[in-house]
Design a protein around this ligand. Structure first.
Ligand SMILES: [Zn+2]
Length: 135
């Protein structure tokens, strides 16, 4: 059993997944789930200009905060969720994007829009595919 568990842990490390087994102590039932910890997400940049956020270009995030560098938009991660984007650093989910590009709570697209302080920066960033870890 320990040997099998060892192999499982190594496989989880390689594929960046976490194996979660929950035991219900009343029924003795075990439920399993696999959580993908790190994977490749589509990353884009936005600023608070009319082009990027119309008609929500008031500088206030969907969570009600004044938008600033360090905040990102995603349509299904709860506000306050910390995400680590490889090569960019740690960010907090405080905003939402268009359903057309970023999906919904039901349709969980692996997309993150990173707030930047100028349209030039956002435009230059374009779209990148980077590793993301949900903290
Ligand atoms: Zn812009």
């Amino acid at each position: 059993m320990n040997f099998i568990l060892g192999i499982l842990l190594v496989l989880c490390g390689i594929f960046n997944i976490t194996y979660v087994a929950k035991v219900n102590f009343n029924s003795g039932k075990i439920t399993h789930s696999i959580v993908v910890k790190t994977s490749i997400w589509k990353i884009s940049g936005y600023c608070q200009c009319v082009k990027c956020t119309y008609p929500y270009n008031d500088g206030i995030t969907a969570s009600g905060k004044k938008v600033k560098v360090g905040m990102v938009a995603n349509n299904w991660l709860p506000f306050g969720t910390k995400v680590f984007i490889k090569g960019l650093g740690e960010f907090t989910v405080e905003d939402r994007g268009s359903k057309k590009y970023f999906g919904t709570k039901e349709e969980k697209r692996q997309c993150i829009d990173v707030y930047m302080d100028s349209h030039k920066k956002a435009k230059e960033f374009g779209v990148k595919f980077l590793k993301v870890r949900i903290k």
